[in-house]
Design a protein around this ligand. Structure first.
Ligand code: NAD
Ligand code: DAU
Length: 415
């Protein structure tokens, strides 16, 4: 068993430009925004998106990407003369826990039966960005099993495959597969647990997760750390605060409140709504992850926060104000509801003691090392997000199924 002897030296950014990414969970909220971001920002990169399409994953999130960069946008079996004449986005429907499938992506054999340009060899990943997860705290309180399976076991399967094909000399026959490797684990500030009224978590803070979701993410972080220490696998962990923006599934605070308000339903605020979250616009997070992928140091953790702490009740009130303004300005398709007076209901907190009161991140490490900072003003970002939801009510209703209604009933009572 190869044992790490030395820490990775500070990498040279030019040597670390990954060209073929295996993105997992790319049909979800942050993943789809990330795929869109990297294909736009890096014209010479290719993305293979492995997603199980759970209730939270939707191909509609990437319909524009498929149409622009996917296989069907290009004539098959022709010899393109330039990179921009060939597909750069490939969707694979599958589970990160499926070792055989994951292996076939690392060897390229998954694509070998198809006549493709680029060749199956060129689709073997030299970097992984692991977004795939069960991501909702409230669901983890109802049933932790899928969280343990995907968030822990799935991460271990990906780590093992990366180790096999990037590090083992018997498998990593081709030198080019063994360079520029990065395994980015997308983690969360929730692994740090409860924060009182003051202070911020740094990357050195203890991991004290309180919900089954947070515990499963912390376990995955520990596995990543162990694979770096034991095998020198070039992993990097990002821990971000609450993201918001387009394509977020309407079980999370902001899109749930927008949808309910548009449909004249109650706005269910847990407890007194005094919990504090640090809001980060999703594209700011994508830019941070992209920087970490190119220039971050292997074995390190980077906090990514929005520097924007808000009480839940203030966020919900602001959503109501912005919606009212937008509707009175008559922008976008107007919902089928006459009354937009906020119907805020304070409900018994379904999270109980698992409800972390406040999160806040010290992001000086990524700011100083990589020159990143959040750029989107919260009010502006929220307004743009609400406009997006107003214009995409069809998308919202299309991602909601009977499963959502059942879930909603369990947590909130009848829809
Ligand atoms: P999401 O729930 O919107 O999307 C998760 C995606 O993973 C879906 O497309 C789903 O189909 C896919 N998936 C689930 N299980 C899978 C499996 N076994 N194999 C393959 N694909 C699978 O999640 P999100 O909000 O986009 O979060 C993405 C990542 O970022 C997660 O790891 C989450 O823990 C982390 N994170 C999220 C936030 C946030 O505010 N949303 C903040 C910090 C960290
Ligand atoms: O902090 C990062 C985390 O942010 C991510 O790791 C998670 O994947 C992501 O879901 C998010 O977790 P939260 O639990 O903070 O997000 P959520 O949108 O579910 O809730 C935000 C806050 O709003 C939280 O304090 C609970 C409260 N809330 C939520 C819902 C859905 C309500 O008051 N009412 C609601 O209906």
């Amino acid at each position: 068993m190869p044992i790490a002897k030395t820490q990775d030296p500070r990498p040279n950014p030019q040597d670390l430009a990954p060209k073929t990414l295996l993105v997992t969970g790319g049909a979800g909220f942050i993943g789809s925004n990330f795929v869109r971001y990297v294909l736009r920002e890096h014209p010479d990169w290719t993305v293979v998106n492995l997603d199980k399409l759970t209730y939270a994953g939707n191909l509609a999130n990437l319909a524009d990407i498929e149409a622009t960069y996917g296989l069907d946008a290009f004539a098959r079996n022709q010899e393109p003369s330039t990179k921009d004449q060939q597909p750069r986005y490939f969707f694979v429907h599958g589970d990160i826990c499926d070792r055989e499938l994951v292996d076939s992506l690392f060897t390229g054999s998954y694509f070998s039966s198809q006549h493709l340009t680029p060749s199956p060899q060129d689709l073997r990943p030299n970097s992984v960005v692991n977004f795939a997860a069960e991501s909702h705290v409230d669901r983890s309180l109802l049933d932790a099993s899928p969280f343990i399976e995907t968030n822990i076991k799935g991460t271990q399967v990906l780590l093992d495959a990366a180790r096999t094909y990037w590090l083992d000399s018997s498998s990593a026959k081709n030198q080019e597969l063994r360079t520029n490797n990065r395994f980015i684990q997308i983690s969360t500030d929730e692994v740090y647990g409860f924060l009182g009224e003051i202070g911020k978590f740094t990357e050195k803070s203890s991991l004290l997760p309180n919900s089954p979701y947070a515990a499963s993410k912390a376990a995955a972080d520990m596995l990543c750390r162990a694979y770096h220490k034991t095998y020198s696998l070039p992993i990097i962990i990002t821990r971000s605060s609450n993201n918001y923006g387009p394509y977020q599934f309407p079980e999370k605070l902001i899109p749930l409140m927008i949808r309910n308000a548009l449909n004249g339903k109650e706005l269910p605020v847990y407890g007194k709504g005094l919990q504090v979250r640090d809001w980060l616009y999703v594209e700011d997070n994508c830019r941070a992850i992209d920087l970490v992928l190119q220039k971050g140091r292997a074995g390190e953790v980077y906090n990514i926060g929005g520097n924007c702490e808000k009480k839940n009740i203030d966020v919900v009130s602001l959503i109501c104000e912005i919606l009212k303004d937008l509707i009175s300005k008559n922008q976008g398709p107007i919902p089928n509801t006459q009354d937009l007076r906020p119907n805020i209901q304070f409900i018994k907190d379904p999270r109980g003691a698992a409800h972390d009161f406040r999160y806040a991140l010290d992001c000086s490490k990524i700011e100083e090392e990589l020159g990143w900072e959040p750029t989107r003003d919260f009010e502006k970002g929220l307004e743009e997000t609400i406009e997006w939801y107003l214009e995409n009510q069809d998308w919202v209703e299309s991602v909601i199924t009977g499963e959502y209604q059942e879930y909603y009933e369990k947590v909130y009572g009848r829809e």
